[in-house]
Design a binder for this molecule. Structure first.
Ligand code: ASP
Ligand code: MG
Length: 452
């Protein structure tokens, strides 16, 4: 069985929902189809909640009326029969009367907030399922609220999900398409909760992991993960294959296409994740799996808003326990460290959240000398499979960077990442230079030599 997830824009227009039906029924094999809310709906629901919290009744009414008008128009185009439209109208009417009743609840607490924001996925899936029924497809809707569970820390409980989901799938063995909601879940108090914004990808990966799916496919409207940031770099291309570690590095370093925790459950159970484009379903997309056969250097990504802190251990030269003292302070202030470099007497670290910078540096000064920290830095991260005996990754990287000032370098912690810290003002130049050197230079050289 495969798990296919479609995001907000992929369900955001009636004709796009028609395409989803075509896509999921075009190939054989049973599928679990995970849907997001129609694009714009989650934001609209959050905005209704804000007005409700502010007790602005007129504003609540207006916002609900606007959103409902959108759904009324949507279903008129979605369904092709009178019976289908009637079913769609039932869904929309009953959902909006529920939204109204939640908006009227006082006090309007976090519980109402979460009930409200869940309605987007609940509507999109009911509308899609009614459309599948209208078209005579073999399909069933199973509510995510009946199997998606998080613990008290908001972490998904994979074993519980596996058990509940397996029980729910058993009586539906004859169905080709099983529709469910992304994003939403229940917490240990049994209340409606969610996996945070953009969480539908996470749902798909959790389901894939839970049922040990053949593959998880995340359908969007871009052609997979790119080798570099297309907004900054002229020539980019979709990456064909990535391993889980590389994908995690890229997601963390800002490739917006995937939420960083998304692939964890799939990775845990070895389920491949494929990124696909609804506009170009024939295209290969990006395959994330345990093993790859692709090129050595896969991608370049950058993360802005970095602060570097330079710490000298003059008074503790040769002392062990120095790094422990340093990191205890970052732990105390729950501030993750991204990059570290060390020399015999100094340590430099970077952080991307400087909320507690003052307190952290004050405590560090109790046992170390600090140089003035730097702001406005960016981490550039080159991701790939760098075997220990690889030929000159570092040489290529520094060749590209020869005109760009480098603040820090980190290489060797994993076989998948070489990170360089630069001034943010030099980021675009660095990304472009690396792109040319790492992805085009060798081919250009080959062309020159073969032409001779
Ligand atoms: N609808 C939710 C959001 O907009 C979840 C998702 O789309 O992944 O954040
Ligand atoms: Mg998304």
């Amino acid at each position: 069985m495969q798990v296919w997830k479609f995001g907000g824009t992929s369900v955001g227009k009636p004709e796009r929902m028609h395409s989803i039906r075509n896509l999921v029924t075009a190939t054989t094999g049973r599928k679990i189809v995970v849907l997001s809310a129609l694009s714009g709906t989650t934001n609209a629901l959050i905005s209704i909640s804000e007005s409700a919290k502010a007790n602005n009744v007129a504003e609540v009414e207006q916002k609900i009326a606007d959103l409902k008008a959108h759904y009324d128009a949507f279903i008129k185009e979605l369904y092709q029969t009178e019976a289908g439209l009637q079913k769609g109208q039932q869904v929309v009417e009953s959902e909006f009367s529920y939204i109204r009743s939640v908006a009227k609840t006082r006090p309007f607490t976090l519980k109402q907030d979460k009930e409200m924001v869940a309605q987007g996925e609940i509507m999109s899936t009911q509308m899609f399922e009614a459309y599948m029924q209208e078209q005579g497809e073999s399909s069933v809707l199973i509510p995510a609220l009946d199997f998606m569970r998080i613990d008290a820390d908001g972490e998904p409980e994979l074993e519980v999900i596996e058990q509940l989901l397996t029980d729910m799938l058993a009586p539906n063995a004859d169905k080709q398409v099983i529709v469910t909601q992304g994003f939403i879940c229940r917490n240990p108090r049994g209340e409606v909760d969610n996996l945070k914004r953009g969480g539908s990808d996470y749902t798909a990966s959790l389901i894939g992991g839970a049922i040990r799916a053949e593959e998880v496919q995340i359908w969007t409207d871009i052609d997979g993960m790119h080798n570099n940031d297309p907004r900054i770099v002229k020539r980019t291309f979709p990456i064909r294959e990535l391993n889980f570690e590389e994908a995690a590095e890229l997601a963390y370093f800002g490739a917006k296409i995937l939420h960083p925790s998304t692939i964890t459950p799939a990775k845990l159970r070895g389920v491949p994740v494929r990124l696909k484009n609804t506009m170009e379903p024939e295209a290969f997309g990006t395959l994330i799996a345990n093993q790859t056969t692709d090129r050595e250097i896969k991608a370049i990504a950058a993360k802005d808003g970095i602060t570097a802190i330079y710490i000298h251990s003059t008074r503790m030269l040769n002392a062990f326990g120095f790094l422990k003292k340093v990191f205890d302070i970052f732990e105390k202030y729950k501030t993750p460290v991204d990059m570290i470099t060390t020399s015999e007497v100094s340590v430099a670290v970077t952080i991307d959240n400087d909320t507690h910078l003052e307190a952290i540096t004050a405590e560090l000064r109790e046992f170390a000398d600090l140089e003035e920290h730097d702001h406005n830095l960016s981490i550039i991260c080159v991701v790939g499979e760098f075997k220990a005996d690889n030929e000159g990754i570092a040489l290529k990287v520094f060749d590209a960077m020869k005109h760009i000032p480098i603040r820090m370098i980190s290489y060797g912690a994993s076989e998948h990442n070489l990170s360089i810290l630069v001034w943010t003002k030099d980021k675009a130049a660095a990304l472009n230079a690396l792109n040319e050197r790492l992805f085009y230079y060798e081919d250009a050289m080959k062309d020159i030599f073969s032409a001779q």
